[in-house]
Design a binder for this molecule. Structure first.
Ligand code: DC
Length: 246
């Protein structure tokens, strides 16, 4: 690119200014279930004016489809076939809510059901299915300016992300948060039940063969056991700020 072009594309007033000519950062956030990733990442994206990608939603949508179509979720080949003809689109509804469409159908109200919660980790172990998801996630990040969160953002999907964050909290605190979340959705589960489900999810997510949950090389760890959401976002903001060189 010639100097003239460079000057044009860096001018904020120029009509030529676009994310394509001056990409924003890719921020990869990973962490276990109920660590508060989704809400904090979404608010961080809003503050930066970036796109927000909740990759857990994509795996949840596929799980819902597999359950609806009675696909054997232990059959990784059948899951790979299922994903091939599937269209998932995510549309922001408000600051904190995303509408999820699967093959054109709005499935937002189904993706956090107890059934999907129960099977999503298992479905996510299927290597062929993950391959398709990873390709779609990279395509979304093509123009940069993205906050993406999940389990393998920094390790597999965006190993060269500009910023990598690993968000964690104690098991007890995460179980408390999950219990509260369920309650707010009208599900009154026993503490032991919530803890057992979370422990199972942690085990599958971190011990699976393909893309297990790990702290990525170069990831900054934020432990938010004693932080609320605004404080967590502030910590993330500080980490991102250190990466932005003016
Ligand atoms: O973030 P969440 O709880 O909505 O994610 C649901 C499940 O999806 C999680 O238990 C594992 C899977 N997942 C994954 O395997 N890889 C990702 N990048 C995101 C989620």
């Amino acid at each position: 690119m010639g100097q003239g072009n460079k000057t044009k594309s860096l001018s904020a007033n120029s009509k030529q200014f676009s994310p394509l000519s001056r990409k924003g950062l890719v921020i990869a956030i990973d962490g276990p279930a109920a660590s508060g990733k989704s809400t904090a990442a979404r608010l961080l994206a809003k503050r930066l004016g970036y796109l927000y990608l909740d990759t857990g939603i994509m795996y949840r949508a596929l799980t819902w489809k597999a359950l609806r179509d009675k696909v054997d979720i232990k059959n990784s080949k059948a899951l790979s076939e299922l994903v091939k003809g599937t269209r998932i689109s995510l549309k922001p509804k408000s600051d904190l809510n995303i509408q999820v469409y699967l093959d054109g159908k709005d499935i937002t109200s189904f993706i956090r059901s107890p059934e999907v919660n129960k099977y999503v980790s298992l479905v996510s172990t299927a290597g062929g299915l993950r391959k398709v998801m990873v390709a779609q996630q990279r395509e979304i990040a093509r123009c940069g300016s993205l906050v993406a969160e999940g389990r393998d953002m920094g390790t597999v999907v965006f190993p060269r992300a500009d910023v990598k964050i690993f968000l964690q909290a104690s098991f007890e605190e995460r179980a408390k948060r999950r219990w509260k979340e369920n309650k707010e959705r009208g599900l009154s589960l026993a503490t032991e039940e919530v803890e057992a489900e979370l422990a199972n999810r942690d085990r599958i997510d971190s011990q699976r063969k393909t893309s297990p949950l790990r702290r990525a090389k170069g990831a900054i760890v934020i432990d938010n056991t004693h932080l609320d959401i605004p404080e967590t976002v502030e910590k993330m903001w500080e980490v991102v700020g250190k990466k932005i060189k003016c």
